[in-house]
Design a protein around this ligand. Structure first.
Ligand SMILES: *Cc1c(COP(=O)(O)O)cnc(C)c1O
Length: 402
C-alpha cells in the first residue's frame, strides 16, 4: 500500500510566492501585489544602460502606494508629482525637496503655497501660476524654485500618434516662454529648469529618440537668452510597456545609446545642467498583478462567462476604459492552474452591473471554476489609483509590496 500525498499543482509564482499564498496574506480578494525585486531589477538594468549624468525620476501618479514610493526613494534621483498629496508622499519618503518636481495644469493656491513652503520645484504651467508662486515666495519669505513646463512645438510619432505640437492645457506654448522668462527676471527669481513632456506609452525607439533630440534642441533655443544655465531640464519619459498581444517591448538600449549624441552638446551649451528622464509605468507597470476570484460561471447563448469579484472599479485600464480607443485584453492567467490542459474560450467579467465591466473578452484559458484566481498582469501602474473605486460601492482592493 502506498501513501499518496495530496499535492496541488504549482500555482503562478509572483515575487517568489505562490499566488494562493499571496491571497492568504492579503486576507481577501481582489488585491494588487507589486514585486519589489522586479522593480529593483528594472531600475538596475536601466541604470546600466543610461549614460552617467542622466538622472532618473519616478512619476508618482503611475503608482502612488506609499510603500512603493518609499522603496523607490533610494533607487531613483527624484520624484515627479502632480498633486499636493503626491508631494506629501514624496516628502514622507525622505526625498530632498530639490529633487521633487510638481507639475499639473490646475494647481490651486493652497497646493502652490504648500509647494513653495516645502521648497519643491514648481513647474509652472501658466502666467497665473508663475505670479502666484513668486508672490507666495515673498509672503513666505523664501526663494521659490520655479521651472517652466513647456508645451513642445514639435510633433513626433508614427501615423496617427500625435505627441505634442497642438493646443493643450499642459505647459505653456513655446512662443509664450520668453514673456514668462522676462516676468521671472523682473521678479528677481532665477529659473530652476525646463520641463518638456511630449508623450507617454511609446514602444517605438525611433520616436523616443527623435522626441528627446527635439526636446534638447528646444531647450537650447529657449535657454539662449538666459544669463545662466538652469539647474535641470526634465526631458519627459514616454517609455512604454507591452500590454497587448503582438506588442514588442521598447528597445531601451537603442534609446540610451542615442543619448550620447546630444548629452555632450547639452553640457557644453548649458554647463552643469542636469538632464532628467521621468518614468512612471516603465519602472513599475510590469512589476504588478491584480488578482480576483471566480465567483460564478455561466453560459449565455453559447458563450461562457467567468464572473469574478473584481472589475473596472479596481482596474479601469484592464477593462479597456482608461483612454483606450480599441478594447484589447491585458494578459490574463488562471493563477492556481496557469498550465491547465483543459482549456476553454470564455469572457472574464467583473462584478459590476455594467457591460463595460470586462476583464478579458473571448480569451482561451484553462477551464475556470468557482474559487479560482484570475490574475491580470502588467498591473503595477495606473491600476488602483486610476480606477473609480466607489462606483457601485463594492469593497476596495488591498495592495501589497512583496
Ligand atoms: C503621467 C506623466 C508621466 C508618466 O507617464 P508614464 O507613461 O507612466 O511613464 C510623466 N510625466 C508627466 C508630466 C506625466 O503627466
Amino acid at each position: 500500500m502506498s501513501l499518496t500525498l495530496i499535492r496541488r499543482p504549482p500555482g503562478l509564482q509572483f515575487g517568489g510566492v505562490d499566488v494562493r499564498q499571496l491571497a492568504d496574506r492579503a486576507g481577501h480578494t481582489p488585491f494588487f501585489a507589486y514585486d519589489r525585486s522586479a522593480i529593483d531589477a528594472r531600475i538596475r538594468e536601466l541604470r546600466r544602460l543610461l549614460p552617467s549624468g542622466m538622472h532618473l525620476h519616478y512619476s508618482i501618479k503611475a503608482n502612488p502606494m506609499p510603500a512603493v514610493v518609499h522603496y523607490l526613494a533610494g533607487r531613483v534621483d527624484g520624484f515627479d508629482v502632480a498633486s499636493a498629496q503626491e508631494m506629501a508622499i514624496a516628502l514622507d519618503a525622505g526625498t530632498t525637496p530639490a529633487a521633487i518636481g510638481f507639475a499639473g495644469p490646475g494647481k490651486s493656491h493652497d497646493d502652490l503655497r504648500r509647494a513653495v513652503a516645502s521648497g519643491v520645484n514648481v513647474h509652472v504651467e501658466s502666467e497665473t501660476q508663475l505670479r502666484l508662486v513668486t508672490a507666495l515666495g515673498w509672503e513666505l519669505g523664501v526663494q521659490p524654485s520655479v521651472a517652466i513646463r513647456v508645451n513642445p512645438d514639435f510633433q513626433v510619432g508614427q501615423s496617427g500618434m500625435r505627441m505634442g505640437g497642438g493646443a493643450a492645457p499642459f505647459g505653456v506654448d513655446v512662443g509664450q516662454v520668453p514673456a514668462l522668462l522676462r516676468e521671472l527676471e523682473a521678479r528677481e527669481v532665477a529659473l530652476a529648469g525646463f520641463h518638456i513632456f511630449w508623450g507617454s506609452q511609446c514602444l517605438h525607439a525611433a520616436t523616443v529618440i527623435e522626441a528627446q533630440r527635439q526636446s534638447v534642441e528646444l531647450v537650447l533655443r529657449l535657454a539662449s537668452g538666459l544669463t545662466g544655465p538652469p539647474r535641470f531640464v526634465n526631458l519627459g519619459g514616454g517609455f512604454g510597456i507591452p500590454y497587448f498581444a503582438g506588442e514588442t517591448p521598447l528597445d531601451v538600449k537603442a534609446v540610451c545609446e542615442a543619448m550620447h549624441d546630444w548629452l555632450p552638446r547639452l553640457g557644453e551649451r548649458l554647463p552643469g545642467i542636469v538632464p532628467i528622464l521621468e518614468l512612471g509605468r516603465y519602472l513599475v507597470g510590469e512589476a504588478g498583478i491584480y488578482v480576483c476570484r471566480v465567483i460564478d460561471q455561466k453560459v449565455s447563448r453559447g458563450k461562457t462567462f467567468v464572473i469574478t469579484d473584481g472589475g473596472l472599479h479596481h482596474h479601469l485600464a484592464a477593462s479597456g476604459n482608461f483612454g483606450q480607443v480599441l478594447r484589447r485584453n491585458f494578459p490574463v492567467v488562471i493563477g492556481n492552474r496557469p498550465d491547465g490542459v483543459t482549456r476553454e474560450r470564455c469572457h472574464v467579467v467583473g462584478c459590476l452591473c455594467t457591460p463595460l465591466d470586462r476583464l478579458a473578452d473571448d480569451i482561451e484559458l484553462p477551464e475556470a471554476h468557482i474559487g479560482d484566481f484570475v490574475v491580470v498582469r502588467q498591473s503595477g501602474a495606473y491600476g488602483r489609483s486610476a480606477s473609480p473605486l466607489h462606483f457601485l460601492s463594492h469593497p476596495e482592493p488591498v495592495e501589497m509590496l512583496v
